[in-house]
Design a protein around this ligand. Structure first.
Ligand code: GDP
Length: 479
């Protein structure tokens, strides 16, 4: 969808309805920031004026407190001294780079929302490739944690039993704040394997205590936003930020994650070559959680069962009775992503060997087939990011259950996908897929605890806008 450049409409679209700040960026260093609107439909979900004003306020905070500022240096002195002395000008939230790329994107978006809610400055550990994959999201000052950050060399050793781990301190009663002694930093372990004490992070009492700590260092591989909606002290603010509740990742994802120029080149070249000419495009993301390589017949059957039943793809005439050739048939393009090439080869052959009953022609393309998940190779993650983004540019989306890769695509694209259920015992599920309630990602490891009553509770039944996920019965999502 290409709109005329320079028009009023284009200028609004370019800043994604006001989500993006105009000033303080060098356009040539990040072509995707102001170029993405040329490739995707304008979102039908507008960011609220309040969200926009809070983002601008955050940007001012980041400019004032970011790396190399006077306040940053003062806060480092606090950190080195071990305990908090007096008041602090700026408080910080450090995000640790951890897990697969989809998980990282969701975890980072959650971390940023927590920073917004608590007026903290977000700094990210660049890990192996954060710098290679993403542009700087904030004007003027970097979001990258400086390489001389004093605790950086300890990050690898942080674990649930570390002395500064918040949950561990609660467990061992080391969190004695009545004495007035506040540690200058705490480690928050919010990884999927976290324990009951770590989960107290999601209680109001702990939040009022954490608010006093200048440096929080967070490790998580989860989209924990749904549980933030259950913390009473954040409720009102979240309601103002997101009057349309199920759009949190949609807006924050588009605000934060701009593909770097190398990745943007992968995206735009692929789009121009295979997607731009389509009358209609559909993304199919196939993620099979099986240690064997595949392809599997039950998964192929599932893809066909879902896309044909939901009329996302046309039926074929197996008798080949239609032989008339249309001059100008409608072109439907399928963009398939998978670690394995088999599914798209199969689908491509089906639409070559047989005519469709609608007269459309169907092209099937798959950018890569990397065979197995890799974490260390630069090009591997660039391609993974490019593919998530390309999926988000399609007109309709089919995703795989449990996969954060698919969640990122649906959120950026603002689409409610059809989710392919996770197959059990090598059998095609029936029904094969279900339309998602919202475009929000699923929190895979939420706590089930009532902080006030101090008992277990089904956190999917407390408020109508936080429910159990379609693809994972114990997960939580915002709808
Ligand atoms: P999840 O495991 O599906 O939740 O998604 P993650 O992104 O966190 O981890 C999966 C990783 O496997 C990705 O980051 C990629 O490295 C790789 N991967 C999985 N599916 C694909 C795919 O379709 N294309 C590419 N290029 N990589 C994939």
């Amino acid at each position: 969808t290409v709109r005329p450049q320079g028009s009023q409409e284009a200028n609004i679209d370019k800043l994604l309805g006001g989500l993006l700040a105009r000033d303080g960026f060098d356009e040539s260093r990040c072509a995707s920031r102001f170029g993405s609107y040329l490739y995707r439909k304008a979102s039908s979900h507008k960011p609220s004026p309040y969200l926009i004003s809070r983002l601008r306020r955050y940007e001012d905070l980041h400019k004032r407190c970011g790396p190399d500022s006077e306040s940053y240096r003062a806060a480092l002195e606090q950190l080195k001294s071990g305990t908090k002395i007096g008041s602090t000008d700026c408080n910080y939230l450090v995000w640790m780079s951890f897990s697969g790329l989809g998980n990282r994107i969701l975890a980072l978006a959650s971390t940023f929302l927590y920073a917004l809610l608590t007026d903290r400055v977000l700094l990210i550990d660049r890990g192996k490739d954060m710098e290679d994959l993403f542009c700087e999201p904030f004007p003027e000052k970097s979001w990258l944690l400086p390489l001389d950050f004093p605790l950086l060399d300890q990050f690898n050793s942080f674990n649930p039993n570390s002395t500064h781990c918040h949950g561990n301190m609660l467990k061992t009663n080391a969190m004695n704040t009545s004495s007035g002694v506040i540690p200058s930093h705490l480690y928050l372990h919010l990884v999927h394997d976290y324990g009951d004490h770590d989960k107290l992070f999601f209680c109001d009492d702990e939040q009022s205590l954490l608010a006093k700590v200048p440096w929080l260092i967070m490790k998580t591989d989860n989209y924990f936003v749904p549980s933030l909606f259950l913390i009473t002290s954040f409720e009102q603010e979240l309601g103002r930020l997101f009057p349309e509740k199920g759009t949190v990742f949609h807006h924050l994802g588009r605000y934060l994650f701009h593909p770097s120029n190398h990745v943007w080149a992968l995206i735009t070249r692929y789009h121009q070559t295979y997607l731009a000419k389509a009358d209609e495009s559909i993304g199919i993301q196939v993620r099979v959680f099986d240690s064997r390589p595949g392809p599997f017949k039950h998964v192929m059957d599932q893809i066909l069962a879902c896309t044909l039943k939901e009329k996302l793809l046309p039926e074929v005439d197996m008798q080949d009775s239609v032989v008339t050739v249309s001059e100008n048939p409608k072109l439907k393009v399928v963009l398939m992503t998978s670690l394995n090439a088999g599914y798209s080869e199969n689908l491509r052959d089906l639409y070559w060997e047989h005519p469709t009953i609608t007269g459309e022609v169907v092209g099937v393309y798959q950018p890569s087939h990397e065979e197995y998940q890799q974490t260390e190779r630069q090009m591997h993650n660039r391609k993974a990011w490019a593919e998530m983004y390309l999926l988000s540019l399609t007109d309709a989306l089919v995703t795989s259950a449990w996969s954060t890769f698919g969640y990122v695509a649906q959120g950026l694209g603002g689409m409610r996908p059809w989710i392919l259920y996770k197959p059990e015992n090598e059998t095609t599920p029936d029904p094969a897929c279900q339309r998602a309630m919202s475009m929000e990602p699923c929190f895979h490891a939420p706590p089930f605890y009532d902080c006030k009553a101090k008992t277990g509770i089904d956190t999917g039944k407390i408020v109508p806008h936080v429910r159990h996920c379609e693809d994972m019965s114990w997960g939580l999502k915002v709808v």
